[in-house]
Ligand binder design. Structure first.
Ligand code: PMP
Length: 449
């Protein structure tokens, strides 16, 4: 597939009408296509490329492990690099005596996490506990189990009859509070909604609560109010419910700490990591839990009742280890808070006065911009206009990659754009990114109002 564009050949993609430029090289925050056009990757694709493009040490680690021994079946063999990666991760994750199960996508990590929670409950003697409560306006993955716990109505609709539905509670989303209240007078009703739902379902049926610490693709970088996560932890403890934090997007430094949970001093029972784990150099995801809980399974039924042909992949571990080493050697996670502050200032200075921008929110290098037809009423744009996609397409034309989202109002309506560049981004690149984004927003909004 060299002469013609790959999207016109024997491939079908999710976006069927989109012509996919062929990328031949990446470096830092830039991708270059075959014609030499440069794209500033302002969102690392789907908030994936934490370390940056074109890093030789990661590519080399992958190549060396693939050459040494590429595939080892996880029920039969292991490789030194898998242990080394687990040891390196153990230093940065907040869980006590952590143990890791390696997979290849965020969806798989979430599936594994909710199954692990069920098995832990059974091993504890709580055989009736099977439900995972999750939140509306969330995304946890593409497989039917992960989609069932996801809370994005638009993506669930077609498959709704195919999965077993699970209870969802409203998200902590102060810009459009689901309870029409204001923080702090609200008393964190969004967190107390978990207790209500546990009681409603009967605690004896509830295995786990699953949520993104900072809402990602569906709401667009919405940070919960202080107090939310500690309250959630308390409620989970009160009812013997395991807390699963989905850090597929927020993990590995994206929010300025290795894991977003650290901002609120909350430690989950199970944590999922994806995207940034290998910065996109290899499809890699991780499920983490406390050693004590793994020991419970080991001394109980003996095996984790789960599989995965590509679990514990040696090449994935090499990619993850080299990515982690790169982030540490270049102190990139430490730089996220400061760069994020600069990015926030630029976004607010350049876009904040637009009547069509309702909210600019985020943390670290994970920011969302929500669009409204009218700022006082917070009325969204007509969905038929596909505004966030129009802005993304215009930015793409200008050579900027951003991540579009819709559904922030009620799961169906509302438009936002996310930015989440590689951590190596410089101040000049941030200025250029925001400038291109402003141009794309102005052009797209001008075309529809
Ligand atoms: N959880 C979260 C929080 C995510 O953002 C995503 C991907 N957007 C997933 C799970 C699913 O990950 P993947 O696409 O790698 O399967």
């Amino acid at each position: 597939m060299t002469k013609q564009n790959a999207s016109q050949g024997h491939i079908f993609y999710r976006r069927m009408a989109h012509t996919h430029p062929e990328i031949v090289r990446g470096e830092g925050v830039y991708l270059f296509d075959r014609q030499g056009k440069a794209y500033l990757d302002g969102s690392g694709g789907a908030i994936v490329v934490n370390a940056g493009h074109g890093i030789d040490s990661i590519a080399q680690a992958i190549s060396e492990q693939a050459a040494a021994a590429a595939y080892l079946h996880p029920t039969m063999f292991t490789a030194e690099v898998i242990g080394q990666y687990a040891d390196a991760l153990a230093v940065i994750v907040p869980l006590e005596n952590p143990k890791f199960y390696f997979l290849t996508s965020g969806s798989e990590a979430v599936e594994a996490a909710i199954k692990l929670a069920r098995q832990i409950q059974v091993e504890r003697g709580n055989k009736t506990r099977y439900l995972t409560i999750s939140r509306w306006m969330s995304y946890h993955g593409l497989s039917l189990g992960a989609l069932a716990v996801s809370g994005k109505p638009k993506m669930r609709k077609l498959y709704q009859p195919m999965f077993q539905d699970v209870p969802h509670i409203p998200p902590p989303y102060c810009y459009r509070c689901p309870f029409q209240l204001e923080h702090p007078a609200c008393g964190l009703k969004c967190a107390d909604a978990l207790e209500e739902e546990i009681l409603n379902q009967n605690p004896d049926n509830v295995a786990a609560f699953l949520a993104e610490p900072v809402s990602g693709a569906t709401l667009g970088a919405v940070v919960p109010p202080d107090g939310y996560w500690p309250r959630i932890r308390e409620i989970c403890d009160r009812y013997g419910v395991l807390l699963i934090m989905d850090e597929v997007m927020t993990g590995m430094g994206r929010t300025g700490t290795w894991f977003a949970a650290e901002h609120w001093g909350v430690v989950p029972d199970i944590l999922t990591i994806g995207k940034g784990a290998a910065s996109g150099y290899f499809p890699l995801s991780v499920v983490v839990t406390r050693g004590e809980l793994v020991d419970l399974i080991a001394s109980g039924s003996g095996d984790f009742s789960h599989g995965g042909t590509y679990s514990h992949h040696a090449v994935g571990a090499a990619a993850g280890l080299a990515t982690l080493a790169y982030l540490q050697e270049h102190h990139l996670v430490e730089s996220v808070a400061e760069k994020g502050q600069f990015l926030a200032e630029q976004l607010k200075a350049q876009l904040g006065s637009s009547p069509y921008i309702g909210d600019i929110r985020g943390i670290g290098l994970m920011w969302g911009i929500e669009f409204v037809r009218e700022s006082v009423s917070q009325q969204p744009f007509d969905q038929a206009l596909h505004l966030s996609q129009q802005i993304t397409d215009e930015a793409f034309r200008l050579g900027l990659v951003v991540y579009p989202g819709s559904g922030s109002v009620d799961g169906h309506r509302g438009d936002h754009i996310m930015v989440g560049p590689p951590f190596c981004i410089t101040q000049d690149e941030i200025i250029r990114m925001v400038d291109l984004l402003k141009q794309a927003i102005d052009t797209s909004i001008h075309a529809v109002v």
